[in-house]
Design a binder for this molecule. Structure first.
Ligand SMILES: C[S@@+](CC[C@H](N)C(=O)[O-])C[C@H]1O[C@@H](n2cnc3c(N)ncnc32)[C@H](O)[C@@H]1O
Length: 207
């Protein structure tokens, strides 16, 4: 069977009772089921790999004039983010629990995104795993199709080799000097800093 190479390996880890309750009770409320089309009346930002969602919720709280959709496959992370949305009564943040590549392909309308956030994607450091990196030529073409003209990709990584890789993958794009919104520190950024990794933000604008 010809299975696609995915950018993640699903290790569910431990799901706390609170996260499980959120997955059961709040995903039907704040989730967008695959493959429903994503609609928005405000500028729309898609975050890929929102992890535990602290940063995602913070950005949504500080930008009520923008709609955010967080895409993540990790159940406990989705559960935590759902609890934040409920607790903080965030009106402008929805989540999709599914592979972001398929979400882009099937749920995101062409030329509808103001920005894409890709904060600390899994770096897959071993050479034989590079094929699992999310940023690949077909993925970059997909982003181009889904962004509006002038739309921005904001990526961040603590892995210098992946930063170079991402830079090369977007070499045909215009470089931007900042993102659609400011990026607060993420959980993985904090981990990278503790390990002494250099942090790089990369911004590319669709022409
Ligand atoms: C290294 S973590 C970073 C999480 C968060 N952005 C942060 O900075 O703390 C990468 C996340 O991307 C998610 N991920 C990887 N590939 C994905 C895909 N194709 N679709 C959705 N999520 C994905 C993983 O489950 C993981 O939670």
């Amino acid at each position: 069977m010809n299975r696609p190479i995915r950018s993640f390996v699903l290790r569910q880890g431990r799901t706390t009772p609170a996260q499980q309750r959120a997955l059961d009770g709040l995903l039907p409320v704040y989730g967008i089921p695959f493959p429903e089309k994503i609609q928005s009346k405000q500028p729309l930002v898609l975050e890929i790999g929102s992890g535990m969602g602290e940063t995602t919720a913070e950005i949504a709280r500080t930008h009520p004039e923008v709609d955010f959709v967080a895409v993540e496959v990790h159940g406990p992370g989705i559960g935590s983010l759902l609890n934040r949305i409920e607790k903080e009564r965030l009106q402008n943040l929805r989540v999709v629990r599914h592979d972001a590549v398929e979400v882009l392909e099937r749920m995101v309308v062409d030329a509808s995104l103001a920005a894409v956030h890709l904060f600390f994607p899994d770096p897959w450091p071993k050479k034989r795993h590079h094929k699992r990196r999310l940023v690949q030529a077909p993925f970059v073409s997909l982003l181009e199709k889904k962004l509006k003209p002038g739309g921005v990709v904001h990526a961040a990584t603590d892995w210098p080799d992946y930063a170079l890789w991402i830079d090369a993958a977007f070499s045909g794009w215009e470089k931007a000097s900042r993102g659609f919104v400011e990026r607060p520190t993420t959980k993985f950024e904090a981990r990278g800093r503790r390990l002494g990794h250099p942090i790089r933000d990369l911004y590319f604008r669709k022409r």
